[in-house]
Design a protein around this ligand. Structure first.
Ligand code: HEM
Length: 61
């Protein structure tokens, strides 16, 4: 669903997936202790936007 659907399905979905797989694999290899610095229930989720997400993502490692 992140890349839309139907006639306007994202044409960049395939390279975006490849890039993100590489980014996350490298990120967690370099920072194995990477984790949230706050409790998950304290994250401020942007419910008013279609794209969602969180306002801030405090992390520590
Ligand atoms: C994580 C990365 C990405 C996400 C989450 C994403 C998400 C989306 C979504 C949801 C749509 C559908 C919009 C709609 O229904 O109107 C879309 C369309 C589109 N995306 Fe992406 N996209 C990403 C990366 C990319 C990349 C890397 C490219 C180009 C290299 C790209 C090019 C496009 C284009 C040209 C459309 C319009 C397709 C059309 O209307 O026929 N996107 N994208």
């Amino acid at each position: 669903m992140s890349f839309g659907h139907g006639g306007h399905f994202c044409i960049g979905a395939s390279p975006a997936r490849t890039e993100l797989a590489t980014v996350f694999a490298r990120l967690f290899r370099r920072l194995p202790g990477l984790r949230l610095a706050v409790a998950p229930e304290d994250l401020d989720v942007r419910a008013e936007q279609v794209t969602g997400g969180v306002r801030a993502l405090p992390v520590t490692w």
